[in-house]
Design a protein. Structure first.
Length: 135
């Protein structure tokens, strides 16, 4: 038997560095990775790309606007800290069909952390991106 789901709720996944990458080798057949309400910096988000078999990634409440160091800049001149990691995840997780980003709208993280074009790329790749709780 192998691990099918890994739920890491309310963890600081930014420390120690590479925590998610080291765990990925133990979960070769993982289907669901849930990092809901975690402290997830852009590097830790990029580490999610090591879980190549997952079909569902839950990042509810884990994209943190505190990593945006350009809050006062105009939208056209902002560098969005999670965009590169997000793009890597979409490119490497070919089995991914569901991505939960609930909370990203209420925390302004969508405007300050992830490029909306990257979200559209995920959608075009067949990934259902959930931006809010549908209950």
């Amino acid at each position: 038997r192998s691990l099918q789901e890994l739920h890491l709720h309310h963890f600081d996944l930014s420390q120690p560095r590479d925590l998610l990458a080291s765990v990925a080798s133990l979960a070769a057949n993982l289907d669901v990775l849930a990092c809901a309400y975690c402290q997830l910096d852009p590097d830790a988000l990029a580490d999610c790309a090591h879980f190549t078999s997952i079909t569902s990634l839950d990042l509810r409440g884990s994209i943190d606007v505190k990593h945006a160091q350009n809050l006062g800049l105009s939208k056209s001149s902002r560098q969005l800290p999670y965009t590169a990691a997000f793009t890597t995840i979409i490119a490497k997780l070919s089995n991914l069909v569901h991505l939960n980003l609930d909370g990203i709208l209420s925390d302004d993280a969508l405007d300050y952390c992830i490029n909306k074009t990257a979200l559209r790329t995920a959608d075009k790749s067949g990934v259902e991106v959930q931006l809010f709780d549908v209950r």
